[in-house]
Structure formats: C-alpha cells, structure tokens
Design a binder for this molecule. Sequence first.
Ligand code: SF4
Ligand code: SF4
Length: 429
Amino acid sequence: MKGIKISSHKNLSENTFTIYNKPKYIYIPLIVGTDTDLTVLVKKDDYVCKGEMVARSKGKFSIPLHASVSGTVIGFEDKLYHNGTMIKSIVIENDFKERIEEKQNNVNTISSYSKEEFLETLKNAGILGMGGAGFPTYIKYETNGPIKTLVINAVECEPYITADDSLGVQKAGEILETIDAILEIFHIEKAIIAVKKNHKKLIHAFQKNIGTYVKIELKMVPDRYPMGWERLLVETVTGKTYQNLPIEVGVVVNNVSTIYAIYEALKYHKPLIERIVTITGDMIKHPTNVLVKVGTSIHEVIEFIGGMKRNKDIICIAGGPMMGVTLPNDEVIVTADMNALVVLKQQEEEIEHTCMRCGKCVQVCPAQIEPVLIKDAYQEKEALKTLNVNRCCECGLCSYICPAKIKVREYVRKAKETLRKDDPNERLS
Ligand code: SF4
Ligand code: SF4
C-alpha cells in the first residue's frame, strides 16, 4: 500500500470554527499561481465594491482577482505571499459597508447552467484549486473528451490542517447539491467523495445528506500520507492510473472547498473572496479554523484568536509541515489557495549525515521514483532526464523517512530547477 501513517496533530484545531471579517485593510497580492504579470484594473483613490474585479492575469489561463471588502484603494505595498516572497499588493481600506455589485443579489438555480455558462461563471468568479494547487478550476472542465467520473478530494492528508474538514461538516448539503448539479451539467456518470476513514464527523455529515443523490458515492480511504495527492487518490478510488492528467482516464478531481466556492459562484455569482484557514501549531494559544476574507493579514487573525504563546524561536509554515513553505514571520496575506498557517517551536537544525544507501526514500516514494539517485544527480541535466523527476509531488516523505537526516526533497526540487533551466517549457507536475 502506498503512503505511510504519520502523526496528524489535527486534534489541535478539529471541531473549532470562528469568523474574522473586520480587517481594516485588505491586501490583494498581484499574483496568480506563479504569474505576476497582471493587468491592474484600479488605481489609488478608486472606490471598489465587495466582489469587484481589481486585477486579472493575462496569460492563457486568465483569472481575475476581486476586492473582498468595499472601500477605497489607498495604494500599493509589497506584502508576504505564501510562497515566501514579497509581492506587490493592492491595498484597500475597508469602509465596513459591505457594498456589493447588483448582480450578486440574484439567486440562481445551480443545475440550470449550460456548460458554457458554467465555465464562464467559474472563470469570472476566479475559482481556483483551494487545496493548495491554485490552478484555475474552469480549465479542468474545458475538455473535449467525456468526463466519466468526478472525484471530490475531501482527504486533507497534510498534518495539522482541518480547514476542509471544518467546511465539509458545515456545508455538506450545499456541497452535495453542487456535485449533483455538475454531474447534470456535464452528463457525468458518477461522483466519488473521498474522505479519510477516521474523519468521522465529516463522514457523518455527508451520510446524513446523501440520501437522494444516487450518483454520488462516499468512499473511505486509508489514513495514510499523501492520500490526498491527486494521482494516488484517483488510483485508490477508481483503480485508474494516468500519465500526466486525470482527464486522460475521464476523471476530474476537485477539492471539497473548491466545490463550495463553485456553489457560491453558481448560486449567488459570488467570486472567491473568502475561505477557511487553519491557524494552528504548538505555538498558537488557541488553534482554530477561521473564515476570513481573502487579503487579510494572518498576523491580525492570530491576534484575534488569542495570539501566540511566544513570538521568538518559532517557525511559521504556510501550508502543512510536509509540503508547506517556511516563512520569515506571520505577516503573510491570505489568498484563495492558502489553507493554513502552522506555527511550531523552532527545533535545532539537524545535521545531515552521509547517505547510507538504505533505500528507504525509494520505498516510501508514492511517485515510484528514486529520490536518492535524483539527489546524487541534482545538477546533471542529462542524467536527470531518465529519472522521472517531474513525477515528484513534493510530498516530503523522502526527507521525513531518511535516517541520515538528508533533506532529500530539497534536492529533488533543485533537480526540477536544473531541468527547467534553459527549457522553460519543461512540464512540472
Ligand atoms: S521524491 Fe518527491 S514524491 Fe517522492 S517521496 Fe520525495 S518528495 Fe515525495
Ligand atoms: S533514505 Fe536517506 S540514507 Fe537512505 S538511501 Fe535515501 S537518501 Fe540515502
């Protein structure tokens, strides 16, 4: 069986929920995925409504960014983004009037959309993969081939994070209604909601509401990491394997929070301007799932839920400890694809020893590649070409398991960069 059992630490924030919706300022980082070449649609002193488009990416997969409050654009500032870099951001001063654009008052029947209307609505609402992928969702449905199975990823396998779990328990009815509508709009045969077998409350919430949805199946998957990785999940719940993308075998995968964002877009024309973020870790006084406006500073949210136990000798990680990015501080801005901030006690730097060729990293690798060989050849482009480096999902298991404390995953990341050098079209998984 692929993946391994690791400590979840989810008990810290499980079954918690609060709302923080009064930030004085909102910061909209001008970035979509890795694309920072955006068209900015507002200027200093402009008044914006909540939900109004303020910027748009220009590329092939164009996606807009929206104001999450009503108020005045007071300028631009560099703010910390969850990938650890400073990104130019639009600053909006909140007038707390929550003024919205007229079209958001309409309530629509979500199953009555045509395919074209569905795609257009998702595109305009800026719906992205909310599990951390940040990939525009409409593209997954913009396919010529038939979609046979819709897989809903409610696994949330990364330790500490309980944001999807919190949303799913509260909104199971709306999520099921949306899945059913998507099945109808795209004539999809069935949907599978994948949940970890020990997420009892979430399973119960879906079971309570699933009654009349005969095409939707709830599947319990083993509590192993990285079960939420798209490739492993599709294989586990459908038995199908693919080369590059799940659509090759007629499968579309959406994260459960993304499905709820689709619900709000279809039902109310509401863009993606809020999300649940898990603020947790042993250095947070009261770990909590918090519904926040996109653009809120996490530092403010931490203060709101009671602060940190201490503010030095800590480590802040955007996302979980396995796949996340270590940040210099907690002043990171919430974006639609950021699901958690984990604050932990700083540990002493572990000393790397010499590789003992034990092969453990190869045994645990869910991508079935050879991390130790990639590590050895991380600067040698020709050698790397035969090692399927881009199958790596950056799950971190090779580093986690390594008895020599070698940061194997970091070498694999560097190997990806080596492959990308002089070859910008090199496909990264
Ligand atoms: S090589 Fe990549 S996929 Fe394999 S264990 Fe390491 S991080 Fe995970
Ligand atoms: S797990 Fe560590 S020590 Fe063992 S082969 Fe892999 S890199 Fe070497």
